[in-house]
Write a protein that binds this ligand. Structure first.
Ligand code: ZN
Length: 237
């Protein structure tokens, strides 16, 4: 039985290693996912910024066209002014010209605002162009690193899995199924060592007789408190 317990510990160590490697792959994938999301957010706001700028540019063009039309109208009215004989007609024309001039001033203000907005927009876009390029470069690096790491880790995992299969084949069915059961229930650390007379999994103080049984190695001993398999040897080097 002692030999079976030792093999079981080896199996457990392999499972532990496989789990750690799988965890590393998962962490890497999450890192990639997070970076992809960050890149998407950045690209989205970049697109929005560019859309804002072209909207401002369109508004600017429209305003300029409006000013041109008003100027043209004003010019025509001024020509009319010299042809008018009646005073009240003359006064009416002057008022119309004044209204147009006020509109031109108003549109000029809008055009200036557009220019300010455009300048701000260009500055932002220039900066964001750099940010997006950096982010994409970083993403590419992460993707490449992840691919090669995944490949390497995958090889290690399949090697360990092969070792595990071979080792599991040398275990008695009953021993193996008990271990699998605890592993399934606990999710990890199915086997724990006895440290200073206590279970290192749940720190339950074990009766001395139980510690003696674990040391004896004649049967599988389970912690009374957490049901993990107890062994004397150290499991993590
Ligand atoms: Zn325990």
């Amino acid at each position: 039985m002692r030999d079976q317990i030792e093999k079981l510990c080896e199996l457990f160590k392999l499972d532990d290693q496989i789990k750690a490697l799988t965890g590393r792959i998962r962490n890497r994938e999450m890192e990639l996912k997070r970076n992809v999301m960050e890149e998407n957010l950045l690209t989205d706001s970049f697109t929005r910024e560019k859309e804002n700028l072209s909207a401002t540019e369109k508004r600017h063009r429209d305003t300029n066209r409006e000013i041109e039309m008003l100027e043209e109208r004003k010019g025509k009215l001024k020509i009319n002014l010299s042809n008018v004989r009646e005073n009240n007609e003359y006064q009416a024309l002057l008022r119309e010209i004044a209204t147009i001039e006020a509109k031109i001033t108003e549109h000029m203000g809008k055009a200036i605002q557009c220019m300010d907005d455009e300048e701000g927009g260009h500055t932002k876009i220039d900066k964001m162009t750099g940010d997006v390029a950096n982010k994409q470069k970083k993403l590419e690096t992460i993707r490449k690193t992840l691919e090669s790491e995944k490949q390497q880790l995958g090889q290690e995992i399949s090697q360990l899995t092969a070792e595990r299969t071979e080792l599991a084949g040398t275990l008695k069915m009953a021993v193996k199924s008990k271990y699998e059961r605890v592993l399934k229930a606990k999710g990890d650390s199915a086997i724990v060592s006895v440290e200073d007379g206590a279970c290192s999994g749940c720190h339950f103080r074990l009766p001395p007789q139980m510690v003696a049984e674990v040391r004896g190695g004649d049967r599988l001993v389970f912690c009374e408190s957490c049901n993990r398999i107890l062994v004397m040897m150290a499991l993590h080097e």
